[in-house]
Ligand binder design. Structure first.
Ligand SMILES: NC(=O)C1=CN([C@@H]2O[C@H](COP(=O)(O)OP(=O)(O)OC[C@H]3O[C@@H](n4cnc5c(N)ncnc54)[C@H](O)[C@@H]3O)[C@@H](O)[C@H]2O)C=CC1
Ligand SMILES: O=C(CO)COP(=O)(O)O
Length: 335
């Protein structure tokens, strides 16, 4: 199978390695000449996945025309770059049976669109599959057992991608709830940032468990309002990804939160992490969506204050704790 991976960050590289090792014909696209040179010469990606040697049958390109040959196009750039990259892909003539697999986990600012909606807007009916679930690149690149889920409105493409991506250490489930799977992956990053801030403030395990639980409650409420299936939030793209992102030191969102909790500014913290921290932009999108759809999201709202209005994280926690007493579960339909 001919596969093009667009984006040579940590996740794109880990997935390209996995697919090349499985025997697929792999090319990875980068828009950086310097990175291209390093990849070609060293067969490693030291800035993103240091110490991982990449297979000889993985090739590299600076030319996006690689999409013309591909039966599977893997989108592995930050959400904020998806519109630009999809717009460039539109200039090429794709194979009739090409499928797009998106790895990005976010909601676009301003348009408040999921990546599948951006893809639909730009590329029309090109089949779109979302791959999500608890899967840090650093572990997948070491073949540590991992389970993910793939979602598509047309399940035949989800099964196709399940078959292409599955290995003995990478178990791929399918899910027909595209909206829920996309939102689970995007919204958990908000809670991971908050969990990191809690750790940075040196709060305890109780605090983090509460944040994760109440965080899951509010992100599911928003996702259900947007058409997601509540059951998805019990699964890999929901609870699974929330757990891994809120607890792992691999998580860029959690690490960024820790630094903010320790007193760094948002800019300093995200610069220090050095890779995309999707939760920063997605907090803004979720804040706007919650207002638009009248969904109460207290953790998201307070995080928005910290990230965008310079509010003090410790004060934000105090305000969250001092809110009016309430029932744990408000809506009858919920979980
Ligand atoms: N790193 C991980 O473990 C996982 C990441 N993801 C998601 O995958 C997406 C990508 O994440 P990472 O690989 O971690 O990010 P990263 O920060 O490691 O790499 C992003 C890559 O995209 C490239 N890029 C940015 N704009 C571009 C453009 N316009 N054209 C071409 N390339 C461009 C950058 O140069 C960089 O190589 C994010 O949405 C993230 O949430 C999902 C699961 C796991
Ligand atoms: O989504 C991820 C793991 O499933 C990666 O999360 P981070 O972007 O926080 O590292």
């Amino acid at each position: 199978m001919k596969i093009a991976v667009l984006g040579a960050g940590s996740w794109g590289t880990a997935i390209a390695r996995l697919l090349a090792n499985k025997g697929h014909d792999l090319v990875m696209y980068t828009n950086s000449k310097d990175q291209y040179k390093v990849l070609q010469e060293s067969k490693e990606n030291p800035d993103y996945l240091p110490g991982i040697s990449l297979p000889q049958n993985l090739s590299y390109t600076l030319n996006l025309a690689c999409v013309e040959e591909a039966e599977v196009i893997v989108l592995a750039v930050p959400t904020s770059a998806c519109r630009e990259v999809l717009g460039k892909i539109k200039e090429y003539s794709l194979k009739e049976d090409a499928v797009l697999v998106n790895l990005a986990k976010g909601i676009e600012n301003k348009s408040l669109k999921r990546v599948s909606e951006i893809s639909k807007e730009i590329l029309g009916d090109l089949p779109f599959v979302c791959l999500s679930g608890p899967s840090h690149a650093e572990e997948v690149a070491k073949d540590i057992p991992t389970c993910v889920t793939v979602a598509c409105q047309d399940m035949s493409y989800a099964y196709k991608i399940q078959n292409i991506f599955s290995t003995k250490n990478f178990r791929v489930y399918t899910n027909h709830d595209l909206v829920g799977v996309e939102l689970g992956g995007a919204l958990k990053n908000i809670i991971a940032l908050a969990a990191g801030i809690s750790d940075g403030l040196q709060f305890g395990d109780n605090t983090k468990a509460a944040l994760m639980t109440r965080g899951m409650y509010e992100i599911s409420k928003l996702a259900i309002e947007m058409g997601g299936n509540p059951q998805t939030f019990h699964g890999l793209a929901g609870m699974g990804d929330l757990i891994v992102t809120c607890t792992s030191m691999h998580s860029r969102n959690r690490r960024c939160g820790i630094l903010i909790g320790q007193g760094l500014s948002v800019e300093e913290a995200s610069h220090e992490v050095g890779m995309v921290v999707e939760g920063i932009k997605t907090t803004k999108s979720a804040y706007d969506l919650a207002k638009k759809l009248s969904v109460d999201m207290p953790i998201t709202n307070k995080l928005y204050g910290v990230l965008y209005e310079g509010k003090n994280p410790l004060e934000a926690v105090k305000i969250l704790m001092a809110r009016d007493s309430k029932d744990e579960i408000e809506e009858v339909f919920f979980l």
